[in-house]
Design a protein around this ligand. Structure first.
Ligand code: ADP
Ligand code: 5GP
Length: 198
């Protein structure tokens, strides 16, 4: 039987570069599974249904909550986001490491349910650079950019609960640090000793 995969939560302010860094991390890796969340927000240009998110109506989102489909869900800047449970569990059973790109409230819910998840916070090199990236992405109004910045400052205050802190100055550096963290987490004594005894 394949060894079970681990779950890694990636959180960080909107616009810090999580999607960019994760897509670089996933290049050429079929041992990783990206958990595609459901959201009630509208797709950004280039985003694909079922790839970036499951884009669903608020009514459907409520039904999925009632049906117990979510491992966690949360409201973020006026929209709902949630992690469908069944795909996460199936991927872990297949031995894949699962990556959840979710905000802090959701990360806390998952950590309470499954304390062995690894939580990684991705931060910008500066607030000024975060504002620049959010604006350069061009998908949010100036008002939404300010809301996201405010939310980012609140999020950073809780980031010391995370297991790791990665700074996305360059994509290459951030990917290198993520790879190092994932490798180190697979060298924990409990896992290694269990492997020896198999
Ligand atoms: P998130 O998924 O965290 O909301 P994105 O991946 O959409 O963020 O990135 C936001 C913007 O910042 C994009 O325009 C992206 O090209 C840019 N970006 C991401 N990482 C970097 C980086 N290390 N240096 C400069 N720009 C970056
Ligand atoms: P965005 O709208 O920029 O794609 O995402 C906004 C925020 O929602 C980001 O912080 C992202 O990590 C978070 N997010 C995405 N999917 C989920 C999810 O399934 N659950 C939770 N709790 N947060 C999510």
């Amino acid at each position: 039987m394949a060894k079970k995969g681990k779950t890694f939560i990636i959180s960080g302010p909107s616009g810090v570069g999580k999607s960019t860094v994760l897509s670089a991390l996933f290049q050429g890796r079929n041992d990783l599974y990206f958990s595609v969340s459901a959201t009630t927000r509208a797709p950004r240009p280039g985003e694909k249904h079922g790839v970036d998110y499951h884009f669903i109506e608020p009514e459907t989102f409520r039904q999925w909550i009632v049906d117990g489909e979510f491992l966690e869900y949360a409201e973020y800047v006026g929209n709902f986001y949630g992690t469908p449970k069944k795909y996460v569990d199936a991927a872990m059973e297949e031995g894949k490491d699962v990556i959840l790109d979710i905000e802090i409230q959701g990360a806390t819910q998952v950590h309470n349910l499954r304390p062995d998840v690894v939580r990684i916070f991705i931060a910008p090199p500066s607030w000024k650079e975060l504002e620049r990236r959010l604006t350069a992405r061009g998908t949010d109004s100036p008002e939404k950019v300010q809301k996201r910045l405010l939310r980012a400052k609140v999020e950073l205050q809780t980031a010391d609960h995370y297991d790791y802190f990665v700074i996305n100055d360059t994509v290459d550096n951030a990917v290198r640090e993520l790879r190092a963290i994932m490798l180190a987490e697979h060298c924990r004594p409990a896992d290694r000793i269990a492997d020896l005894n198999q």
